[in-house]
Design a protein. Structure first.
Length: 155
């Protein structure tokens, strides 16, 4: 990719600070990542373009809808489906619709290609969500959960 194209994608899709789980395989929050630079110095690691969109979606899917003091429309409404829906089929569909709602609120997504919600091991109550979408620059990206609150992002 040429530098000019990379700059355009960064401007179009945004950039931010790279986040990583505080504790691997546990939903205890995210923290900023430090990046080594020449010599002995460090700086905050950055994420840009499609990686930035996927990271932002990851944060949205792990934040309860309405819990942000600054943006009450930010977040994921899937917890209500998990807490109040007793029928497994309806629960899965409500979670799928909640994921679609998060994707529709993201202005950098041009088209939602697929959202699949499936149960993994029923004994451990793990739920897997896979979402594929096309960004406004024409590139494809995906967000996957393994399990529901231990998000794994792929761009």
């Amino acid at each position: 990719m040429t530098d000019d194209l990379a700059i355009r994608r960064r401007r179009l899709l945004g950039w931010g600070w790279r986040l990583a789980p505080v504790t691997p395989h546990a939903d205890l929050g995210l923290d900023l990542v430090l990046d080594s630079v020449e010599g002995d110095s460090t700086r905050l690691a950055e994420v840009s373009a499609a990686d930035c969109v996927v990271q932002d979606l990851t944060v949205a899917l792990t934040t309860t809808l309405g819990s942000s003091l600054f943006n009450s429309a930010f977040g994921f409404d899937g917890l209500n489906a998990l807490a109040f829906e007793t029928d497994p089929v309806m629960q899965r569909e409500r979670i799928r619709l909640a994921v679609i709602g998060v994707l529709q609120r993201e202005a950098r997504i041009a088209r939602i290609d697929a959202v699949d919600v499936s149960y993994g091991d029923r004994a451990s109550r793990q739920l897997r969500v896979d979402a594929n979408f096309t960004l406004i620059d024409g590139s494809s990206a995906a967000v996957s959960t393994t399990p529901l609150w231990g998000l794994d992002v792929n761009a």
